[in-house]
Design a protein around this ligand. Structure first.
Ligand code: NOJ
Length: 428
């Protein structure tokens, strides 16, 4: 929602934490930009969805802006916000593009953020109210649901490091508190969708990343195990009923003070599928000085790798490895790749963007998905991130991940060569 919609204060929408963060902490966005207008999807959803149809895209994943439907986070519903998502859903269905809805993609209403946001335990009931509104209003037509988008990203970048909304000083406590409340909200949200939506396919998504130890040195391999807990295991294991992986990362014991009696049971939820989002890998080195994980990432540039505009290593084999890692949990029934894609420098020449490197990246990663599928893993589908170039959070609009380019001055869309390739691929 925040990355593409724009219309940040239109038709009764309330302020979100990202509206607030980008307006009052401009310096935290590398380009000082914001999502006030973004791709103007709020006004252009019809032509954008028509374009998806034209490109044979069978499914589209988008999120509901919490402050668009509940401006203060709880209480009064904003009918115009509901109308907007109804129009998006109806148009998608009309064009043969199945809607896949994420409830929460990092934009909590500012009214709730001001009360501590995800660090406040009340957020579990606030979130339940929001999810119930989504399920009741859209569940007659939307069957595919994801409760969260990448919980690790917004708890870590937002509450621990302060480089995403809400910003603020480095805080481990806020990270532990928000982590537990998000874990609790997974189950809470999932149960509400199941209760209100007939034949719902309920999932949630996780960022995931294979972790290697620098030069395979024993201390670095141990460091890799600790980082793996943070990057891949922390959110999924309690949801699967395995509890927090405290044993493998002792610093996590601080979460315990936020756990109330009875929480362990409520943390569990039997998801129909898990969404995995993979882009790269990390290579790490043991370093005692670093709090919590006692490890640092080796800069991919130091290893001489080809980098993306996000500074990430291109590492297709990682896709296969991480799918295998998550598929090994007995509680994971089905996997969807809910995000994968890449930012490279795009050049517009005579009205065309010939992004051959992106095509190669997508082919190489898809090949690894296919390998996993052929190896017997239950893989339901794959979503490219992203359809449109969009607002890449603290990076601003500079990194472009779309297969369709957006000229932010004119809002003109240009299908990149990768978009044409993907469209042909989808056609079979
Ligand atoms: C993770 C997030 O879900 C999405 O919002 C972001 O744009 C991409 N990955 C790329 O960083």
């Amino acid at each position: 929602a925040y990355q593409i919609e724009g219309g940040w204060n239109e038709d009764g929408k309330g302020e979100s934490n990202w509206d607030h963060f980008t307006h009052y902490h401009k310096n935290k966005i590398k380009t000082h930009e914001n999502g006030d207008v973004a791709c103007d999807f709020y006004h252009r959803y019809e032509s954008d969805i028509e374009l998806m149809h034209k490109m044979h895209i069978p499914a589209s994943r988008f999120s509901i802006g919490w402050s668009r439907v509940l401006p203060q986070g709880i209480g009064q519903i904003n009918q115009k916000g509901i109308d907007f998502y109804n129009k998006v859903i109806d148009k998608s269905l009309k064009e043969g593009v199945t809607p896949w809805v994420t409830c929460y993609h990092w934009d909590i209403p500012q009214a709730l953020e001001a009360k501590g946001g995800w660090t406040n335990r009340d957020v579990i009931k606030w979130f339940e109210e929001f999810v119930e509104v989504c399920a009741l209003k859209f569940g007659d037509r939307v069957k595919n649901w994801m409760v969260f988008n990448e919980p690790m990203s917004f708890t870590l970048a937002g509450y621990m490091l302060g480089i995403h909304a809400p910003g603020g000083a480095i805080s481990f406590d806020k990270f532990y508190a928000s982590t537990h409340h998000v874990v609790m909200s997974h189950g809470a949200g999932g149960r509400i969708i199941r209760e209100h939506v007939k034949n719902a396919n309920v999932g949630t998504t996780f960022s995931c990343i294979p972790i290697d130890g620098w030069k395979d040195k024993p201390a670095n391999l141990e460091a890799a195990k600790r980082v793996d807990v943070m990057a891949n295991r922390l959110f999924i294991e309690p949801v699967l009923g395995m509890g927090y992986p405290l044993h493998d990362l002792p610093a996590l014991k601080h979460i315990e003070k936020y756990i109330h009696a009875g929480d362990e049971e409520k943390m569990k939820f039997d998801f129909d599928f898990i969404g995995l989002q993979n882009y790269t890998r990390w290579v790490v080195k043991n370093l005692g000085l670093v709090p919590m994980v006692h490890a640092i990432n080796i800069k991919p540039s130091k290893m001489g790798h080809d980098l993306t505009e996000m500074g990430w290593e291109v590492y297709p084999e990682g896709m296969y490895r991480i799918i295998k890692q998550f598929a090994a949990y007995p509680g994971v029934k089905k996997i969807y790749l809910t995000e994968n894609g890449v930012a490279f420098k795009d050049e517009l020449v005579n009205g065309e963007i010939n992004d051959v490197k992106r095509i190669q990246y997508l082919k190489d990663y898809l090949q690894q998905v296919l390998k996993a599928k052929r190896g017997g893993i239950n893989i339901g589908g794959y979503f490219i991130w992203s359809f449109l170039d969009n607002f890449e959070w603290a990076e601003g609009y500079r990194p472009k991940l779309g297969i369709v380019a957006v000229d932010y001055k004119t809002q003109q869309r240009t299908i990149k060569a990768s978009g044409k390739w993907f469209s042909d691929f989808l056609k079979g």
